[in-house]
Design a protein. Structure first.
Length: 146
């Protein structure tokens, strides 16, 4: 694994690790108002998606898809948001975020302005789904096994 001194994702996990593959890890982002927020972080320090080989591009998106499917299956979100920026940490990663019409920012992005107060009851219900969700995430990612 190639790593860079001073890179947040080379020097730290970037969240609570849910699954580790030789080429990537999936972490829970631990954003308090967004329990259904995961990140896929590529193991090697590469900045751009096109830095990956064609085979690894496929693996990466199959893994993103597996997390998306698990979120849909268990949490039944209003929408899934996928995003890859890397402007702050230029180390290849994808944000995979379950969004709900009741969440604080919907329909704005996670990075946008809040639209409403926290719905503590629904947030708590979503948090309670995480153990089952993460079991499904691990099952789906294990099946990839590339
Ligand atoms: Zn890095």
């Amino acid at each position: 694994v190639s790593s860079i001194v001073g890179c947040a994702f080379c020097e730290a996990e970037g969240g609570r690790v849910v699954f580790r593959h030789a080429k990537f890890r999936v972490v829970h982002a631990s954003e308090p108002n967004f329990p259904g927020f995961y990140r896929l972080i590529w193991a090697n320090h590469l900045a751009e998606f096109s830095d990956l080989s064609a085979t690894d591009q496929l693996l990466c998106m199959q893994a993103v898809t597996a997390v998306e499917q698990a979120l849909r299956q268990v949490c039944q979100p209003s929408k899934i948001n996928l995003a890859s920026f890397g402007n702050v940490v230029p180390h290849l990663h994808w944000h995979i975020i379950a969004r709900f019409v009741w969440d604080t920012h919907f329909p704005q992005p996670f990075w946008g302005e809040a639209q409403r107060a926290v719905d503590a009851t629904r947030l708590h219900q979503l948090q309670n789904q995480l153990p089952v969700l993460e079991k499904v995430i691990v099952e789906k990612l294990t099946q990839l096994n590339t």
